[in-house]
Design a binder for this molecule. Structure first.
Ligand code: PLP
Length: 375
């Protein structure tokens, strides 16, 4: 089999060499960043350099960047630490938002964009202080959300806004002040950094309940000796964000060609969120008649790695909640796969995918591919 093709950057991106080098370099640092001696000070310098790099990527003040173990912890920390009696979230949010506490869900249009009139009505209907969660770009469809407008509405009603920017970072420009976000979540591994490191960025000096207690690290907001190697790798990819942004038109051209080819091969294919502003690298493609999980397995057998838009738990295929929220019927939502490109993706990768997917579409009528997988 030729070299496998990786088209699952929204799950995790291959690490950039600069991030690998930064991780290795920081791994050689002996000291604890909290120690006062020279070894500690060297480690502290590396930590603060990375904090400045991450802060610069999102236009924040470095002291408002709080390193975490990833996007999940950042979202959890904001939701649990904000101390707001009400929690309102778009139906598009990641499980690391929706599973933390009961949310009042905001509906989504068929284009994959959240309904802001519903947000305004919801906030007006109940005066209790609220936290609103709205992601900047959706992980399944890539659809970009009107976060600045949502923040304005939230603030008019005395609410705070959490923006999960995990999928947007390095793919669209981010400026926390223009977004008006009170909390912004980031994760290093989606943009070519190491896995298991991220940040919660604060929009102001809001009081905030710490998530874990112990030593006074991260200004008392997140105790525990910092993951210095991971953080240094995160800083290195954050510093590369301008290069990554400059690469997006190339990715958009590849993705648009991919989508045009698929629609030519199978006119019944559906591309979710195609008419909304989207990330350049993401495509959510439904091929009705073949469950998403089955498509992913068949594509993997020929060396093409993509993911099921549909989440899979205990061997059962569940229709994508994001596509369901957009109003797609279960036959569509359950047959959607996600293709996501990134810095190493080439035209050759896209051709391999199109060829493999085209073969699937062709076999669909004549084979048992449309059958439900065995339990
Ligand atoms: N938020 C979004 C939108 C994501 O796509 C992900 C990862 O899939 C996360 C949060 C969680 O990030 P992490 O893997 O760093 O915990």
């Amino acid at each position: 089999m030729p070299m496998p093709v990786y088209l699952d950057y929204n799950a995790s991106a291959p690490m950039r060499p600069e991030a690998v080098a930064a991780v290795l370099e920081a791994s050689a640092l002996v000291g604890n960043p909290s120690s006062v001696h020279r070894f500690g000070r060297l480690a502290r310098r590396a930590l603060e350099d990375a904090r400045e790099q991450v802060a610069a990527m999102v236009g924040a003040r470095p002291e408002r960047v709080l390193f975490t173990s990833g996007g999940t912890e950042a979202n959890n920390l904001a939701i649990l630490g904000a101390g707001r009696p009400r929690f309102i979230a778009s139906a598009l949010e990641h499980d690391s938002v929706l599973r933390v506490r009961q949310a009042e869900l905001l509906p989504v249009g068929s284009d994959g964009v959240v309904d802001l009139a519903a947000l305004a009505a919801s906030l007006a209907s109940d005066p209790r202080p609220a936290l609103v969660a709205l992601m900047l770009a959706n992980n399944e469809t890539g659809v970009i959300q009107p976060v600045a407008d949502a923040a304005r509405i939230a603030h008019q009603h005395g609410a705070l806004l959490l923006c999960d920017a995990v999928q947007a970072a390095g793919r669209i420009p981010i400026d926390i002040a223009s977004l008006g976000a009170d909390f912004l979540s980031l994760s290093a591994h989606k943009l070519g950094g190491p896995k298991g490191v991220g940040a919660l960025v604060l929009g102001s000096d809001l009081p905030f309940a710490p998530g874990q207690l112990g030593g006074g690290q991260e200004r008392g907001r997140r105790a525990g000796t910092e993951n210095l190697a991971g953080i240094a790798g995160f800083g290195a990819v954050a510093a590369l964000a301008p290069d990554s942004l400059a690469d997006q038109p190339r990715l958009a051209a590849l993705r648009n060609r991919l989508e045009a080819d698929l629609l030519r091969l199978a006119r019944e294919a559906v591309i979710a969120g195609r008419n909304a502003p989207r990330l350049a690298n993401t495509s959510a493609i439904a091929l009705p008649g073949i469950p998403a999980e089955r498509q992913v397995i068949q594509l993997d057998l020929v060396g093409v790695a993509v993911s099921a838009g549909a989440a899979c738990s205990s061997g059962k295929v569940r229709a994508s909640q994001v596509l369901a929220a957009m109003g797609f019927a279960p036959a569509i939502a359950g047959s959607a796969i996600r293709v996501s490109l990134g810095w190493q993706s080439t035209a050759g990768d896209v051709e391999r995918f199109v060829e493999a997917w085209g073969a699937l579409a062709l076999r669909r009528q004549s084979s048992d591919l449309s059958a439900e997988p065995a339990a």
